[in-house]
Design a binder for this molecule. Structure first.
Ligand code: FRU
Length: 910
C-alpha cells in the first residue's frame, strides 16, 4: 500500500511537471503594464485599443492596462503595484509631469524599464519616450493660421491642462511662430484642461468682449468643438475659424469635424499604441533603441481630410479584421486550451491506469513471492515445530525415564530401610539391651531411618502429586483428638527441649472431613518444621477453632519465622527460606498445600516473630464428591505404612498377640536380606519355606503352605501374577496370600485385590503388623474350616460365599457321594478324579477342612449312615455296606468314635 501511495505521488509529480512544462513557456512572455492616465476620451480609447491589437499579435506579450481615472495619486499607486509585481516593462502616459517623476525613477531603480508615452515627466530618468513632437504641433497650427490670414488677425489659444507636457509644448511652438509675425496677435490664452467643459464659460466671456476674433487654436479637437459650439451660441461660428489637435477618425473626431466644416483643420496627434507595444518588447529584448521616439504628425484640412479618412478607415478596418481574427484565435485557443486540459486529464488518467496496472502486476508478483516466502517460512516453522515437539517428546520421555528411575529407586530404598527399621525395632525389643546406651543409639538409628523413610515417601508423594494421582478419602474425624494423636509423636522432643507445646481446642471436640493419611503428613510436616526452627524453651501452639463455614487450624511457633518478602514463595516446590540454614528438601510445605487443596481448603503463612500457618477446611463433606467421602477405620491410616518416629513400638503393643500355631508359611521375596529377616522373625512361629520368586509356583504346589507372603517386584516375575495363578489353581486357591510391596498407590492395590490376594501390606512394613496379619488370616481360615466341616452336605453354589474352594469341595464331595457304597474307593482314585496329586489333595483338604482326606471320606460315609439310620428302612449291616464299610464292626467302631454312640445306640436314641 505504501509503495502504491508513493507511485501515485510520483505520478502526480509527473503530471504536475507536464502541466508545468506548458507554464514554463511563460518564461519567454513579456508582461507589459500600462498606466493609462484616463480612458474617458476617444483618443485614449484608441490608444488602448491599438495597444491591445498589437499585443494580441504577439503571443508572448501579456498586456495589462490600468486606468488611473485622471487621478495623479491613483496613477502613482498603480505604478507602485507594477513595480511590486515585478512586471517586465511599464508604459506610462502621465497625467502630469512632476508628480509622476519620482515613481518612474523608482521603477528604473528597481530595474524595470519605463516607456513614457504622450505626456512627459520631468527630467530624463526614464528608459524611452514615445510621442509626437508637440512643439512642432504648436508651430504647425500657428504656421497654418499665419498663412491663411490675409492681413492682421486676432487669435485665441485654448491650452491643455497646466502641468502636462503637451499643453506646455504645444503652446510653446504656437507662440514662437505667432510672435514672429507682427500682424498676428494672440488676444487671449484660455487655460483649459483638455476637456470640453473647461472652454465654454471663459470663451463666452471672451467672445462677448471681443467678437473680432479670426482664429481659435485649441490644444485638442474636443476643446476645439466646444469652442465652435460656444461661438455658435453667440452666432460667431462662421466668422471664426477653429483649429484642433488629435485628428481622430471617429464620430465627432477631428477628421469628421474638418469634413463637416466645424474645424478648419486638425493636427494628427497619433496615440502610438502599436508603436508603444513594439517598443516595449524591444526594450525588454534589450535591443538598441532611441531614447526619444517621435511619431509623425500631419495637418488635416478639407484638402486631405477625405484621403486621410479613407486611409484611416482602411487601417481601422484592418485593425477590426485583426481584432476579429484575434477573437477567433482566442476562441480557438480557449478550445485548444480546454482540449489540452482534457488531453492532460486523459493522459493523467492513462498514467494512473497504467500505474495501477503496473502496480497490480507488481502486487501480484510480490504477493506470490511473499506467499512463496511465507510458505517457506511456514514450512520451516512447521518443521521446527515438529523438531521441537520431537525434542520435547524426547525430553519428556527422558524426564519421565529419569523420574521413573528415581521413583523406582525411591521404591527400592523402601525395602532396605524397612529392613533396617525392622531389625532395629527387634533389637530395641531385646530385653538384654533395654535401658543401655546401645538401646539409646538404636533409637537414634531408628529415628533417623524413619526420617529417611519419610523423605522418600515425600519424594514419592511429590511425584504422585505431579501426576495428579492422589485421590482423597475423607472421613469424619475429631480434629482435636487427631491433633492430640499427632502431637504424641512430638511430645518426647518437646519435653527434652523444654518447648512449651500446647493444643488449644476450646470446643473440646471439632469434627471435620479429612483424609487422615494426608492430614497426618500435613501435621507432621508443619510440626517437624516448627520443632526444627524453634529454639529450646520456645513455644509451639496449635489452635483449633471454627470460623464461619470453615474449621481453622493454627500452627504458631516462636522460631526464626519466614522473611516477609519470601512469604509468597513459601509453598513453591524446592523453596528454602533465606534464613534457613538447615537441610531442607523444600517439598514438605509444597506437598502440604497440595494436600490441603485436595481437601478444598486453604493454607496461608503469616510472617512475624516465628512462623504461623493457618489451615482452613470447609465444614461438612458437600465439597467432596461421592468417591471422596468414605468410611475409614481408625487404624486404616496407620496400617497403610506410614511409620512415624516413635510410634512403631506403640503399634506393636496395641495389637493382640498372634495365634501361634505351627502353620507352614511360604515367603516369596527376592531381596535376600528381607527374606532372611522375615524367615528369622517368623520361623519361631511358622514352618517357613522360601522362594526368591523364580520357583514360587513350584514351591507353593510342592508344599501347599498354610499361608503365603509374596513380594510384587520380583526378578522376572510379578507377585500379582504369581498370586493370580495360585488363586486359579484348585490345589493352592485356598491359601491366604499377603502381598508385601513398596507400591502404595491405589491402582496397585486394586490390581493386587483383583488377583485375589487376601491382604495388601505396603513397605515399609511393621513386623508386628505382618505377624498380626498372618494370625488374622489364619484365624479366618479356621472359621471357614469350621463352617465347612459342619456343613458338609450343604452343597451351595460357589457364588454364595464368593469363595473358590466351595467349588472344589462340592466337586470332591460329589465324587465321594457317587462312590459311597464302594468300599474299595481310595484317596488315590479321588485325587485322580480331581486331577491333583494325593499329597496335594491331602494338604488342601487338611488346609480347608482341617482333617485328612480319608477322615473326610469317612466322615461323609458316617454322616450318610446317620441319615440312613433315621429312615428305619435298613439294618445296621446293610447301612455299613451302603456307605462303603467292608466290615459292620469297623463301621460301628468308627461311628461310635464320631458320634459317641454305636449305631444301635444312636438309632434307639432317635
Ligand atoms: C487625450 C488628450 C488629447 C490630447 C492629449 C494630450 O486625453 O487630451 O486630446 O492630444 O491628451 O496629452
Amino acid at each position: 500500500m505504501r509503495s502504491f501511495i508513493l507511485w501515485l505521488i510520483i505520478t502526480g509529480v509527473l503530471a504536475t511537471l507536464i502541466s508545468c512544462g506548458k507554464e514554463r513557456e511563460g518564461d519567454d512572455t513579456i508582461s507589459i503594464a500600462v498606466s493609462q492616465a484616463m480612458s474617458t476620451d476617444d483618443w485614449r480609447q484608441q490608444m488602448n485599443r491599438s495597444m491591445k491589437v498589437e499585443a494580441s499579435l504577439r503571443p508572448e506579450v501579456h498586456l495589462e492596462i490600468i486606468d488611473a481615472k485622471n487621478s495623479v495619486e491613483k496613477q502613482v499607486q498603480d505604478i507602485e503595484s507594477f513595480i511590486a509585481k515585478k512586471v517586465d516593462v511599464i508604459i506610462v502616459s502621465p497625467i502630469q509631469s512632476k508628480p509622476l517623476t519620482a515613481v518612474v525613477e523608482k521603477s528604473i531603480r528597481a530595474g524595470i524599464p519605463v516607456l513614457v508615452v504622450d505626456r512627459k515627466i520631468e527630467g530624463e530618468n526614464y528608459t524611452a519616450y514615445l510621442g509626437a513632437d508637440n512643439v512642432e504641433i504648436g508651430r504647425t497650427a500657428a504656421k497654418y493660421i499665419v498663412s491663411n490670414l490675409r492681413g492682421s488677425g486676432n487669435l485665441i489659444e485654448i491650452t491643455g491642462a497646466t502641468g502636462s507636457s503637451p499643453a506646455y509644448e504645444r503652446s510653446l511652438g504656437f507662440n514662437q511662430v505667432v510672435r514672429a509675425n507682427s500682424h498676428v496677435h494672440i488676444l487671449h490664452t484660455i487655460a483649459g484642461n483638455w476637456e470640453k467643459e473647461s472652454v465654454k464659460e471663459p470663451l463666452t466671456k471672451l467672445l462677448r468682449a471681443n467678437p473680432n476674433i479670426e482664429y481659435i487654436f485649441a490644444h485638442n479637437d474636443r476643446m476645439a468643438l466646444s469652442a465652435w459650439e460656444t461661438a455658435k451660441t453667440l452666432g460667431l461660428e462662421d466668422k471664426i475659424k477653429f483649429i484642433g489637435v488629435d485628428g481622430l477618425n471617429t464620430p465627432n473626431g477631428g477628421i469628421e469635424l474638418v469634413k463637416d466644416g466645424m474645424l478648419q483643420a486638425t493636427i494628427l496627434y497619433p496615440s502610438g499604441g502599436n508603436e508603444a507595444i513594439r517598443l516595449a518588447q524591444r526594450i525588454h529584448n534589450k535591443e538598441a533603441i532611441s531614447k526619444n521616439n517621435i511619431l509623425n504628425t500631419i495637418l488635416i484640412d478639407h484638402f486631405n481630410a477625405e484621403i486621410i479618412e479613407n486611409q484611416m478607415d482602411k487601417v481601422d478596418e484592418q485593425q477590426s479584421v485583426i481584432e476579429s481574427q484575434q477573437g477567433a484565435i482566442k476562441v480557438q485557443e480557449q478550445e485548444y486550451a480546454s482540449q489540452g486540459n482534457l488531453l492532460r486529464l486523459l493522459s493523467l488518467f492513462l498514467v494512473i491506469i497504467f500505474s495501477l496496472a503496473l502496480y497490480s502486476v507488481y502486487s501480484t508478483v510480490s504477493i506470490s513471492r511473499k506467499k512463496r516466502q511465507l510458505e517457506t517460512i511456514n514450512h520451516t516453522v512447521v518443521s521446527q515445530k515438529e523438531e521441537i515437539e520431537q525434542m520435547a517428546e524426547i525430553a519428556r520421555l527422558s524426564n519421565d525415564a529419569k523420574l521413573n528411575f528415581f521413583t523406582g529407586l525411591s521404591h527400592e530404598f523402601k525395602t532396605p530401610i524397612t529392613l533396617i527399621i525392622s531389625y532395629v525395632e527387634s533389637l530395641i525389643d531385646e530385653d538384654k539391651i533395654k535401658g543401655t546406651k546401645l538401646a539409646h543409639e538404636l533409637k537414634l538409628i531408628h529415628n533417623n531411618s524413619n526420617r529417611l523413610l519419610r523423605l522418600i515417601n515425600q519424594l514419592l508423594d511429590f511425584r504422585k502429586i505431579e501426576e495428579h494421582k492422589f485421590s482423597i478419602r475423607a472421613t469424619e474425624t475429631d480434629l482435636c483428638q487427631f491433633s492430640r494423636d499427632m502431637m504424641g509423636n512430638f511430645t518426647g522432643e518437646a519435653k527434652r527441649r523444654n518447648i512449651d507445646f500446647t493444643l488449644d481446642c476450646p470446643s473440646g471436640k471439632l469434627d471435620a472431613f479429612i483424609d487422615r493419611n494426608l492430614m497426618d503428613k500435613v501435621y507432621f510436616n508443619l510440626l517437624s518444621n516448627a520443632f526444627k526452627f524453634t529454639p529450646d524453651h520456645g513455644t509451639i501452639a496449635i489452635s483449633i477453632y471454627e470460623e464461619s463455614d470453615n474449621v481453622a487450624l493454627r500452627f504458631k511457633d516462636s522460631g526464626i519465622g519466614i522473611p516477609q518478602e519470601e512469604i509468597a514463595s513459601v509453598f513453591t516446590a524446592f523453596f528454602k527460606a533465606s534464613n534457613n540454614q538447615k537441610n531442607s528438601s523444600g517439598i514438605g510445605l509444597h506437598l502440604s498445600k497440595e494436600f490441603i487443596e485436595l481437601h478444598k481448603g486453604t493454607i496461608e503463612v503469616i510472617a512475624g516473630a516465628g512462623a504461623e500457618f493457618i489451615i482452613k477446611l470447609p465444614k461438612g463433606h458437600h465439597h467432596f464428591n461421592e468417591n471422596e467421602v468414605g468410611l475409614q477405620s481408625e487404624d486404616d491410616y496407620k496400617v497403610a505404612g506410614y511409620i512415624l518416629d516413635s510410634q512403631t513400638y506403640d503399634i506393636a503393643e496395641k495389637l493382640p498377640a498372634a495365634n501361634n500355631e505351627n502353620y507352614s508359611l511360604l515367603i516369596i521375596e527376592d531381596n535376600t536380606d528381607l527374606l532372611n529377616f522375615l524367615k528369622n522373625k517368623l520361623s519361631t512361629e511358622y514352618t517357613v519355606t522360601t522362594s526368591d520368586g523364580s520357583d514360587a509356583l513350584e514351591k507353593a504346589l510342592e508344599t501347599v503352605p498354610d499361608i503365603i507372603i509374596c513380594d510384587v517386584n520380583l526378578a522376572g516375575k510379578d507377585g500379582f501374577e504369581i498370586s493370580k495363578q495360585l488363586k486359579k489353581d484348585l490345589r493352592t486357591s485356598h491359601i491366604p496370600i499377603i502381598i508385601l510391596t513398596a507400591l502404595g498407590n491405589e491402582e496397585s492395590m486394586i490390581k493386587g485385590l483383583q488377583s485375589g490376594i487376601d491382604q495388601y501390606l505396603t513397605k515399609p512394613f511393621s513386623l508386628p503388623i505382618v505377624k498380626q496379619s498372618l494370625s488374622n488370616l489364619l484365624y479366618n481360615r479356621e472359621k471357614l474350616r469350621y463352617y465347612y466341616t459342619n456343613n458338609i452336605y450343604k452343597v451351595e453354589p460357589e457364588t454364595k460365599f464368593g469363595f473358590p474352594e466351595q467349588e472344589f469341595i462340592t466337586k470332591m464331595n460329589g465324587i465321594i457321594f457317587n462312590n459311597m457304597d464302594n468300599s474299595d474307593f481310595s484317596v488315590e482314585e479321588l485325587a485322580e478324579n480331581l486331577k491333583v496329586s494325593r499329597v496335594q489333595l491331602y494338604r488342601k483338604v487338611k488346609a480347608i477342612l482341617g482333617m485328612s482326606i480319608s477322615d473326610h471320606i469317612n466322615n461323609i460315609r458316617l454322616e450318610r449312615a446317620a441319615e440312613l439310620l433315621k429312615t428305619n428302612d435298613f439294618t445296621i449291616s446293610e447301612i455299613a455296606y451302603t456307605v462303603g464299610f467292608s466290615s459292620p464292626n469297623y463301621f460301628s467302631t468308627a461311628f461310635k468314635h464320631k458320634f459317641g454312640y454305636s449305631p444301635k445306640e444312636y438309632k434307639s436314641k432317635l
